[in-house]
Design a protein. Structure first.
Length: 140
């Protein structure tokens, strides 16, 4: 396991918290499948499936946040979306490298050193402000 769900920062909008929790569950499955493979117990096919699930989840996560921000004219939408776009670009590059090389160590390194630290910071900063703003319009 990469991260326990209890370690995710909470924001003012419960639906965003639930999305973050689900993302960590999917991320943990991907990470665990890589660790199993490293121990000689897993397969590249399992990693591939979990990686695709992770990519789909991140895309849906960002899209749903962006729809809410647009709907309620969130003042920092361009900046928040810009952070999402950077990560989506990184993930697209990682996906291309994965498809070419099938090297789990590349995916693991990105998750550990790039994505997870970014996500935790993004939740504590951008998502906290966004959720506070949206909580004035959306009731969970």
């Amino acid at each position: 396991m990469l991260l326990d769900i209890s370690e995710i920062p909470r924001v003012a909008l419960e639906r965003m918290n639930k999305v973050h929790e689900e993302e960590i569950k999917i991320l943990n499955r991907l990470y665990d499948s890589i660790q199993k493979y490293e121990r000689g117990q897993g397969s590249l096919e399992e990693i591939d499936k979990n990686f695709k699930d992770f990519l789909e989840d991140v895309t849906a996560h960002f899209s749903s946040e962006q729809q809410m921000m647009e709907e309620f004219n969130f003042f920092a939408f361009p900046m928040h979306k810009g952070e999402h776009d950077i990560v989506l670009g990184q993930l697209e590059n990682l996906k291309k490298r994965w498809e070419k090389d099938k090297d789990p160590s590349l995916v693991k390194a990105y998750i550990e050193s790039e994505f997870l630290p970014w996500l935790m910071n993004h939740i504590q900063t951008m998502d906290t402000v966004t959720a506070h703003f949206l909580s004035h319009f959306i009731r969970d």
